[in-house]
Design a protein around this ligand. Structure first.
Ligand SMILES: Nc1ncnc2c1ncn2[C@@H]1O[C@H](COP(=O)(O)OP(=O)(O)OP(=O)(O)O)[C@@H](O)[C@H]1O
Length: 226
């Protein structure tokens, strides 16, 4: 369970989030809202990439501010821009890195890397320099690198922005198939129709928090009023 308790966030004197309180327990949670409404800032709070200016964020009881390491082991984060995530020159090295750090033995590591690259259609790119992948392939590699670590929660910040329809469906199916809780920021509203919960942000506040059709209707209304 992730608990966001009365959280406000101010960056460079700009108020970004205002007294947000939420308990996240569902398996599929979408975060939607207009550009600049605070979605990325919000999800960065969930694994301690940012810490609140006021209030607390607890992941399975661990405070992101004081127990960052434990929190980051539990919460995998897929960045909007895969170039921020892919750090190793060769595709397979990038996926293997986290597993190596966890002390996974070589043979098992190789098998896990194979499996996850295969799942994302990247097996033929295994030995290829990461920077030579297409934008969409990089996005898939970034997702693969996080999922291979099997975190308890996966936060994805607009994971499908660069993807063609086939790969969008691939990512959507991968998210559907996850055992873990997935929290996804997206502008792709058709991806969230079968989610358990949709939270709508507007100007740093939550304006709807409901099942998809109701929350999305409220989102459209708010945008028409704006
Ligand atoms: N480091 C920072 N310093 C000051 N303001 C910031 C900083 N980072 C983000 N902001 C501001 O916070 C607001 C929310 O940004 P955020 O990236 O969370 O929005 P978003 O909802 O994810 O937008 P988008 O849909 O465009 O990705 C924006 O007005 C942005 O300019």
């Amino acid at each position: 369970m992730i608990e966001i308790q009365n959280v406000s966030l101010t960056l460079d004197d700009n108020p970004i989030l205002h007294e947000v309180t939420l308990t996240l327990t569902e398996k599929r949670i979408a975060i939607v809202g207009s550009n600049g409404s605070g979605k990325s800032s919000f999800v960065r709070l969930l694994n301690g990439l940012r810490t609140p200016s006021e209030g607390r964020v607890l992941v399975d009881g661990y405070d992101t501010q004081t127990e960052g390491r434990k929190v980051r082991r539990r919460v995998g984060f897929v960045f909007q821009n895969p170039d921020n995530q892919i750090v190793f020159p060769i595709v397979e090295e990038d996926v293997a890195f986290g597993l190596k750090n966890l002390g996974v033995p070589v043979a098992e590591r190789e098998q896990m890397v194979d499996e996850v690259l295969n799942r994302y259609g990247l097996l033929s790119k295994r030995k290829q320099p990461s920077h030579t992948l297409s934008g969409g392939q990089k996005q898939l590699l970034a997702i693969a690198g996080v999922l291979v670590m099997k975190p308890a929660y996966v936060v994805l910040d607009e994971p499908t922005t660069l993807l063609d329809l086939r790969n969008k469906l691939r990512v959507s199916q991968a998210i559907d198939g996850l055992d873990q809780t997935a929290i996804m920021v997206t502008h792709d509203l058709d991806l969230v129709e079968n989610f358990d919960r949709v939270i709508v942000f507007d100007q740093g506040r939550i304006i709807a928090d409901d099942v998809p059709n109701k929350a999305l209707r409220r989102y459209v209304e708010a945008m028409l009023d704006a």
